[in-house]
Design a protein around this ligand. Sequence first.
Ligand code: SF4
Length: 264
Amino acid sequence: MSTTVDEVALEGDLAQCLAGIGRCFARAALASSLSVEDMVLTHAIVAADAPIDVFVIDTGRLHAETRALIERTRVRYGRELQVIRPDAQQVDAYVAEHGLNSFYESVALRHRCCELRKVEPLQRALAGRDAWLTGQRRAHGPERASLALEESDAARGIAKFNPLALWSDEAVWAFARRHDVPVNPLHARGYPSIGCEPCTRAIKPGEPMRAGRWWWEADGGKKECGLHLPAASVTPVPAERPRPLDGYVAQLTRRLKEDPWGGA
Ligand code: SF4
């Protein structure tokens, strides 16, 4: 489905938004999962020459296609992604005690695995930073339906931005196609949301976008891994904090009013 929103204007808004974040926050970084959204943001950061770092958490359980995208990104943009890995000793101890794939046995063991392989590396990656960016969108599912473009990550005392929060699937893919952004080939094989290899399956037609994540759990552990828990860590943006997204939010709101995109 094609979108009728003014894509060029939308792109300009995003470039302004990223430049604004780079201006206001000296140590900002995109936490890239190498999803199509994060690849769009990586492209936009490079195109806008915004001083925003990009890092990837290699959990040790990623698909080969996902790992290959790290190198494809380097070749495409001439830019190294910072690759953060879990603490090997902690992972080894967990595997020795519970087994390599014990995340299938209980939600608690799955959360512990995510904590070791994702959350702890994220903590390290964000240490000393003043802001982080994500590719989360409201269209990802009910857990993210009220996602804000800018938040305050109170647990870490830093700012958090979701510049694509209101973008539709169509807008994201139109951007990726227009700029020949490298994307994970798994997207074309039924994986709209890609996590670790043993914890992600392709979805069936009509299933929600994140239905393939932790599919064996009754409620998918709420389909989150602990990296983004709004209720636990996100609070309204403090009044005194710089607001680089003010103009972006206003422009997006206006565009959505004029053309709701259907899916956003
Ligand atoms: S997604 Fe699966 S393999 Fe990856 S960290 Fe979480 S439980 Fe472990």
